[in-house]
Design a protein around this ligand. Structure first.
Ligand code: NAD
Length: 421
């Protein structure tokens, strides 16, 4: 007898399946395609030891999930965070499939993660953990199979260790095995800024759609890591006024605008935004409720839910993070006519430049930063226009429009390839 699934608003996998179901219903998707796409293709769990600096041994749990590889090799980041779970990684893998399809790059979707707080490890412990995890998932990854990238808690250095480990196993360098690497070892110019640049491009396009000007538009950014800090900096350069930013312990606020470049320098130096002189401290809950033109959630999932969506006072939300809004939150925002650019479109700049990095590595021929930013802009603008056109034609919100485009592309590829054997 089938056991009814207990649906939780804050379980990202339930959110991902709910979003897929909405699109599948509207597309009247063939039932066979529906059962394939509603589940992940492969999920891998490992428990592995790491020797700490004091000689003790700890066991960590890690995952790599591939949702769908019908449009190309699997692609998706690696997350090091204490709250990583298999359901979260499955959701993130599914979202990667749709994201690659929305911007029409030839990849499937994957994601990986380790349950760990990397801030509590020394550099050598972090390196050992990365190298051992790379070894555990090496049976899945490779330039033509599955290509990881940075996500929450990982960075270019972690990617360099990952690439070096896989290369050591092979006996020769395989730079295309992972993206988001330092430029010196085959990384791409523009990759560090790429996700935030895509967020900025989508924000400006959405402001234009709403008839609002970027100059002086008040922006609030939740999360000040790679995506949040770059989004804030580029939006400031585009003429916006960033009035609040935050990290996991809370945020800072100045109604007249924050000096973003100085904040980035302060955070690089001190490892935190705390103690920056002359600013007002604000909780993450209050930050989300600030009156502003643009809210960029750029931290983690489940930030805008049925609990607080009624209190959001932004005109536009641009999802830098993956899954920051739950279906309950979405419903309320839609009813309140708050325009939302969904994650699978808004933060697709990262995977787009990761794709450029992979292409450059495979050819050993590298492009200028100008060329990369131009190509990124072309892809983001085109994708935004395509999704907006579907929104208008089908009279749906932008998230469902992006899903209709993505699920159609992936289901066509899946149907054309057929069911093996
Ligand atoms: P990061 O580790 O560089 O930064 C995460 C930031 O979020 C940190 O500043 C952290 O303090 C903050 N944070 C964590 N929990 C918070 C909370 N509850 N409230 C406020 N701030 C909180 O990670 P990142 O790479 O910037 O990723 C952020 C989000 O963007 C994630 O959802 C990730 O999946 C998504 N994303 C990242 C990329 C990429 O290229 N790095 C691409 C697409 C999407």
């Amino acid at each position: 007898m089938a056991v009814a699934q207990q649906i939780s608003e804050t379980n990202p996998w339930h959110t991902a399946q709910h979003q897929f179901d909405e699109a599948a219903d509207m597309l009247k998707l063939d039932p066979g395609l529906r059962v394939i796409l509603r589940e992940v293709q492969r999920e891998f769990t490992c428990h592995f030891p790491v020797q700490m600096d004091d000689g003790s041994v700890r066991c960590y749990t890690g995952y790599r999930v591939q949702h769908n590889i019908n449009r190309g090799p699997a692609k998706g980041g690696l997350r090091f965070h204490p709250d990583v779970s298999l359901d979260e990684v499955k959701a993130l893998a599914m979202w990667m499939t749709w994201k690659c399809a929305v911007v029409n790059i030839p990849y499937g979707g994957a994601k990986g993660g380790v349950i760990v707080d990397p801030r509590k490890l020394s550099p050598s412990e972090l390196e050992h953990l990365t190298r051992r995890f790379a070894t555990e998932i090496s049976i899945l990854v490779g330039p033509d199979r599955d290509i990881p990238a940075p996500d929450v808690g990982t960075n270019a250095q972690v990617m360099a260790w990952f690439m070096d480990t896989i290369s050591m196993h092979k006996g020769y360098s395989v730079p295309a095995t992972v993206t988001g690497k330092p430029v010196e070892v085959g990384g791409s110019l523009g990759r560090t800024d790429a996700t935030g640049r895509g967020v900025m491009i989508c924000t400006l396009a959405a402001l234009e759609h709403l008839g609002l000007k970027p100059f002086g538009a008040k922006v609030v950014v939740q999360g000040f890591g790679n995506v949040g800090s770059v989004s804030a900096r580029l939006l400031e350069e585009a003429g916006c006024t960033v009035i609040a930013v935050s990290e996991d312990y809370g945020g800072i606020y100045n109604p007249h605008g924050l000096p973003i470049r100085k904040l980035i320098e302060h955070r690089a130096r001190e490892g935190t935004l705390k103690d920056f002189p002359g600013i007002e401290v604000i909780s993450n809950d209050d930050l989300l409720r600030l009156e502003c033109d643009v809210l960029v959630p750029a931290a983690l999932e489940n930030q805008i839910t049925s609990r607080n969506a009624g209190e959001i006072r932004a005109k536009l939300i641009v999802e830098g993070a993956n899954g920051p809004t739950t279906p309950g939150g979405d419903e309320i925002l839609h009813r309140r006519k708050i325009f939302l650019v969904p994650d699978i479109l808004a933060n697709a700049g990262g995977v787009t430049v990761s794709y450029f990095e992979w292409v450059q590595d495979l050819q050993s021929f590298f492009w200028s930063e100008h060329e990369i930013n131009q190509r990124l802009e072309t892809i983001m603008q085109r994708s935004f226009r395509e999704v907006l056109a579907i929104m208008k034609e089908k009279q749906v919100d932008l998230r469902l429009a992006a899903y209709l485009l993505a699920v159609r592309r992936v289901s066509e590829a899946t149907a054309e390839r057929g069911i093996y054997p």
